[in-house]
Design a protein around this ligand. Structure first.
Ligand SMILES: Cc1ncc(COP(=O)(O)O)c(C=O)c1O
Length: 466
């Protein structure tokens, strides 16, 4: 750590950042008096900032991305080797790591068969949306163009992805949005009163919540609805795990009305939920499209994938004499070999180190620790999650479930930061519901790491709420 600070004039870096970098997501006014945080180095689960302060990163690069941890030499070496051999050629032609990664990925996804490379989660979702629209034209004479998305889900920052965005504070001031994106209700059991389903629980609730999707389909007209796009476990919208029975019924509804199922695995994909490679695999779902990004190469290179079935693929080569028949789409950097080269190593690390299993075991430990904190802190209304992907919903009163103020959530995050633990939180996403603190440590987390994180949360809750 000292080495890197000595080799660089850090005060110059801070000055250049303050003068010229527009950071993601945040308000910059405070940087007129304070310095932004600059992350200088990372190793394993830990990162260091410009002041040399060490943090245990409980959110894998702030947005659930660095699944195999920082400083993996073998990923960097594989990227280096591939870039030196063949850095880039448009993906209308193939490349070695691209072909090999597609083969490996499809091995993990029974029922799926084709991988389309692009660079971000938003972009992967846009590719699926375009295919869904093209299918509506090719197969249904321009009908079935509607794409359903769910309240509180998020699918990206580009305009079509935001048109499918279920988080109104994220969308505010960026409209108007693209037509034919239609919202369906969320499926959160803790807030079932909002859905008018307060009298139901367990499987009955899950089925009734899925039936609310059917209500929307019937209202819109099934002949107009082409696809349903859902996160397997909602991430930024509040870490919402699906209720029992929900996914079985969703699948039935899609089959009944001939609706394609697009699963957004941008957060859940590549091991985040433990045991399985993908979130949807916990629920027996048979998707038509799966999109993934963050954990694909753990942030070592920019890569996302839109994966689909052979049935969908076949539709796009049915008439070679028709110049509009195929998928007329490109992602320039989908032809860079750094992404699939990093993704291949990332997958090998997860397999060789048993990280899917570790994720399940450490996720259970963390869930146990957080549930124990519920006994002590009545401010915790609900604890949810799957694998190393967890959240605590904080409420002023367990009976009324009135959310705590967003400022108090920020205070908890700041206090954990002061203790040297970086945690996450839903913020400026769902109006009145930005009251969830979130955790997504790297899949390499140890029991000691998990306990350090939950101890920091315990201290922060005591400090902020007494
Ligand atoms: C579920 C989900 N889908 C899509 C995206 C968009 O990914 P990206 O920021 O890489 O465009 C995100 C980003 O947080 C996400 O959480």
């Amino acid at each position: 750590m000292d080495g890197i600070l000595k080799d660089n004039d850090i005060s110059h870096v801070v000055k250049a950042d303050k003068a010229h970098v527009w950071h993601h997501l945040i308000q910059h006014k405070p940087f007129e008096t304070n310095d932004p945080r600059i992350i200088i180095e990372g190793k394993g689960m830990r990162v260091w900032d410009q002041n040399g302060k060490e943090y245990l990163d409980a959110v894998s690069g702030a947005v659930w991305t660095v699944n195999v941890g920082y400083g993996r030499e073998r990923i960097a070496n594989a990227v280096h080797e591939n870039l030196m051999k063949m850095c880039y050629f448009a993906n209308a032609a193939g490349n070695i790591p691209g072909a090999l990664y597609a083969e490996k990925l499809i091995e993990k996804m029974p029922g799926m068969s084709r991988v389309y490379y692009c660079n971000s989660g938003s972009e992967a979702n846009e590719k699926a949306f375009k295919l869904i629209r093209q299918i509506a034209h090719k197969k249904y004479g321009g009908k079935k163009t509607k794409i359903l998305y769910r309240d509180r889900d998020y699918h990206g920052s580009t305009l079509a992805a935001m048109s499918a965005g279920g988080q109104d504070e994220r969308n505010a001031q960026y409209g108007p949005f693209a037509p034919d994106f239609v919202r369906v209700p969320h499926c959160m059991e803790y807030r079932k009163d909002e859905l008018g389903l307060g009298h139901l629980s367990g499987r009955d609730f899950g089925i009734a919540a899925a039936n609310q999707i059917e209500d929307v389909i019937l209202r819109e007209g099934p002949e107009t609805v082409g696809a349903l796009c859902l996160e397997p476990v909602t991430a930024g919208g509040g870490v919402i795990t699906p209720p029992e029975g929900y996914w079985d019924r969703v699948q039935e509804i899609c089959q009944e009305y001939d609706i394609l199922l697009h699963i957004d695995e941008v957060v859940c994909g590549i091991g985040r939920t433990g045991t399985h490679w993908f979130g949807y695999q916990h629920y027996g779902i048979k998707p038509d499209f799966v999109t993934m990004a963050k954990g694909v190469a753990s942030g070592y290179a920019a890569i996302s994938c839109m994966v689909t079935t052979e049935e969908v693929f076949e539709m796009f080569k049915s008439d070679p004499t028709d110049k509009l028949d195929h998928f007329r789409d490109i992602s320039t950097f989908g032809g860079c070999t750094a992404g699939p080269a990093a993704a291949l190593e990332n997958m090998a690390i997860i397999e060789e180190e048993g990280l899917l299993e570790n994720c399940t075991a450490m996720g259970e430990r963390m869930m146990g620790n957080l549930k124990a904190l519920m006994e002590k802190h009545t401010i915790i209304g609900d604890v949810r999650g799957k694998g190393l992907f967890l959240g605590c919903e904080l409420v002023k009163d367990r009976e009324t479930k009135e959310p705590v103020d967003e400022a108090d959530i920020a205070a908890v995050v700041a206090d954990c930061g002061a203790q040297g633990v970086i945690i996450g939180a839903a913020n400026r996403s769902v109006p009145g519901r930005n009251n969830v603190i979130a955790f997504s440590p790297a899949l390499i987390a140890t029991a000691a790491d998990i306990d350090t994180i939950t101890n920091a949360v315990d201290n922060a809750l005591t400090k902020v709420f007494g």
